[in-house]
Ligand binder design. Structure first.
Ligand SMILES: [Zn+2]
Length: 83
């Protein structure tokens, strides 16, 4: 789960919409932590399990949902940065 969110955060933060967003480690970690807060934990114990989780996250609906959470987190962190 963390892996997926981290990948999404990196993709979103490198996009043109978030050029102005602070890209330091602190803010990135904050965005990831905030996004993970609202997501159900998904633990992959086996390689097969892991593939299954990745497949379900590649479905459009799920991706949209995760993206929305990350975007919310980016806005929150940019509004109240810790530094
Ligand atoms: Zn920062």
């Amino acid at each position: 789960m963390e892996e997926i969110v981290e990948t999404f955060v990196d993709i979103l933060m490198s996009g043109p919409e978030y050029q102005t967003f602070c890209k330091c480690k602190k803010c990135r970690v904050d965005v990831i932590a905030l996004s993970l807060n609202g997501l159900p934990p998904q633990y992959a114990t086996t390689e097969e399990n892991r593939k299954m989780i990745f497949t379900s996250f590649n479905e459009a609906g799920m991706r949209k949902w995760v993206n929305k959470r990350i975007i919310n987190s980016i806005h929150l962190v940019s509004k109240y940065p810790k530094h």
